[in-house]
Ligand binder design. Structure first.
Ligand SMILES: [Ca+2]
Length: 228
């Protein structure tokens, strides 16, 4: 009798232990067990970067020089990136204007690396003004929320990345095809905040933008060389 109770106790305990291990590894709640080499997904620090919630969380910035150019920012259907909506930046005359996330500057630290990405596609009416890059991402760098970093902002285009001088990106032409603009940048010393803009940098017509992201990457990710 005592042996039988002992056996039942050990058996029950084993069932509990095995059950617990299965539960902990995700077999009992429908999720796939995590393997050791599956890193966490990189988090997009920009809300609504795919514009699936229309223009929520984004704002249009039109500097004084472009106020008369009829700049607009809306979303339009049928993007070709697998979603329902894409952003449309348009102007009637050559203009410099952009969109940026509707939130405080993102706090960053010296030496940290970020991958900045946007997909763009140009309508047939999109005309790049001579001597300008046409479209860029601008990592707007700040010492503090009220003071720009004196070393210049980082510009990213199809040709690569540059600091302080968007003219280094002249010669790129956006096409009807969705094309990725991307760079991995390192935060310069003295920079504590960043705002990412997608800029039409002197052009007219319609430019479509989708899947804008800013993700923190680790130190092993190679930097995009800065054009000189
Ligand atoms: Ca989209």
């Amino acid at each position: 009798m005592r042996g039988r109770i002992y056996f039942i106790s050990v058996f029950s305990l084993s069932v509990l232990v095995v059950g617990f291990l299965l539960w902990r590894n995700g077999y009992l709640n429908g999720s796939k067990p995590k393997s050791a080499h599956e890193g966490p997904a990189l988090k997009n620090l920009l809300a609504n970067g795919d514009f699936e919630r229309s223009i929520a969380k984004w704002k249009l910035f039109v500097p004084a020089e472009s106020q008369a150019a009829g700049c607009s920012f809306i979303t339009v259907p049928e993007d070709r990136q697998g979603g329902q909506l894409r952003a449309q930046l348009a102007s009637e005359a050559p203009a410099r204007f952009g969109i940026f996330p509707d939130r405080l500057p993102i706090p960053v630290r010296y030496g940290d690396r970020y991958r900045l990405t946007a997909w763009v596609s140009a309508d047939a009416d999109f005309q790049v003004h001579a001597g300008t890059p046409g479209v860029v991402l601008r990592a707007t760098l700040f010492e503090n929320p009220e003071k720009d970093y004196p070393g210049g902002h980082i510009f990213v285009g199809f040709k690569g990345a540059a600091i302080g001088n968007p003219a280094l990106l002249i010669g790129q032409l956006p096409s009807r095809e969705w094309t990725k603009i991307e760079a991995t940048i390192k935060i310069p010393r003295g920079v504590n905040y960043l705002i990412l803009f997608v800029y039409v940098w002197r052009a007219s017509g319609k430019l479509w933008v989708d899947d804008v992201s800013m993700v923190k990457v680790d130190a092993s990710v190679p930097l995009t060389p800065l054009l000189q």
